[in-house]
Design a protein around this ligand. Structure first.
Ligand code: R5P
Length: 317
């Protein structure tokens, strides 16, 4: 494409497919690195390219196994720092631990802040992330963060489907802003679900504010973890007379009972992005469509490298 020897992009082991697709977008070979293990299980990473004075990017989603991928990212960052890279950007398509972002009861941690601190201490100069669960998590980093939204990719997909009688449904209050941006991009009406969370894996949709009767629905969320949130919201929407129900979520974690719940829910289509590779169980399920964020990430990396605006990426031309 355009790039010179000054930009290097490395891949951790969590999402090699996405990292390779980003390299392809940029017309770059992946940076050479060997990830090995000592007999006791500790990881050793060796960077095989000369990175002195280079602008380096490491792509690593801190998805399952979360702690292992996180530590691998930290080791990568340390490695690049000690090899004298001039600038290091941690590209974190999915940032695990983001949801513990406040003390909502006594004696619990704020892992989003803790993990942000460790990434900075390990050597990151910047972070490029997608849907950090809450935009304010950006403030947990004392380094610049470029925050991309999966909505850009997902809303284009739904726009191309030209869905009639459309209502965009936010499955909880936290997602309201994103849902209203979908309305700006796709048109249609807006509805919101009042959700009560019973535990980490149980959520109940209690009420829908807005009209869903006889309407086709796009329900958007940042993450499907146990799928309690969207399945409960989809059931309630169906009870209230919704026609087709489409789900668009950036991060397809699919943990716990997610796949069983999704099979039973009145959902016509589920679309996620490749910020996390689909688990083999989710792949077997066959009903989950995956869109790639590689061009969006690649374009953001190109712009960061060239010191150009990343915000402009979000303006539809
Ligand atoms: C909640 O604030 C998030 O936006 C998601 O709705 C939630 O984390 C999804 O989790 P689950 O799929 O386990 O209900």
């Amino acid at each position: 494409m355009f790039l010179n020897d000054n930009l290097k992009l490395f891949s951790g082991s969590s999402n090699v497919g996405l990292a390779m697709a980003v390299c392809k977008y940029l017309g770059l070979p992946p940076g050479g690195a060997k990830i090995e293990r000592f007999a006791d299980g500790e990881k050793l990473i060796r960077i095989e390219d000369d990175v002195r004075g280079r602008d380096c990017f490491v792509v690593q989603s801190t998805c399952k196994p979360v702690d292992e991928h996180l530590v691998e990212l930290l080791i990568f960052l340390d490695c690049l720092r000690r090899a004298s890279a001039s600038r290091i950007t941690a590209v974190i398509p999915y940032f695990g631990y983001a949801r513990q972002d406040r003390k909502d009861e006594g004696r619990v941690p704020i892992t989003a802040k803790l993990v942000a601190n460790t990434i900075t201490t390990a050597g990151a100069d910047r972070v490029l992330a997608i849907d950090l669960h809450a935009a304010q998590v950006q403030g947990f980093f004392d380094i610049p963060v470029d925050h991309l939204c999966g909505e850009l990719v997902l809303s284009r997909y739904f726009k191309d489907k030209k869905i009639s009688n459309l209502t965009i449904v936010s499955p909880d209050v936290g997602n309201m802003k994103i849902a209203s941006r979908y309305v700006e991009r796709l048109g249609g009406e807006l509805a919101i679900v009042h959700k009560k969370r019973l535990s980490g894996s149980e959520a109940i949709a209690q009420e829908i504010i807005g009209d869903v009767k006889g309407r086709n629905i796009v329900m958007c969320d940042d993450i499907i973890a146990t799928a309690g949130t969207i399945c409960s919201a989809a059931k309630l929407a169906k009870e209230r007379g919704a026609e087709k129900i489409y789900i668009g979520a950036t991060h397809g974690v699919f943990a716990g009972q997610a796949l069983e719940r999704l099979k039973e829910a009145p959902i016509d289509e589920i679309v996620v992005t490749d910020t996390i590779p689909l688990t083999p169980e989710a792949q077997k399920c066959g009903d989950i469509k995956v869109l790639t964020v590689s061009s969006m990430l690649g374009e953001a990396i190109k712009r960061i490298h060239r010191n150009e605006s990343v915000s402009n990426l979000f303006i539809e031309h």
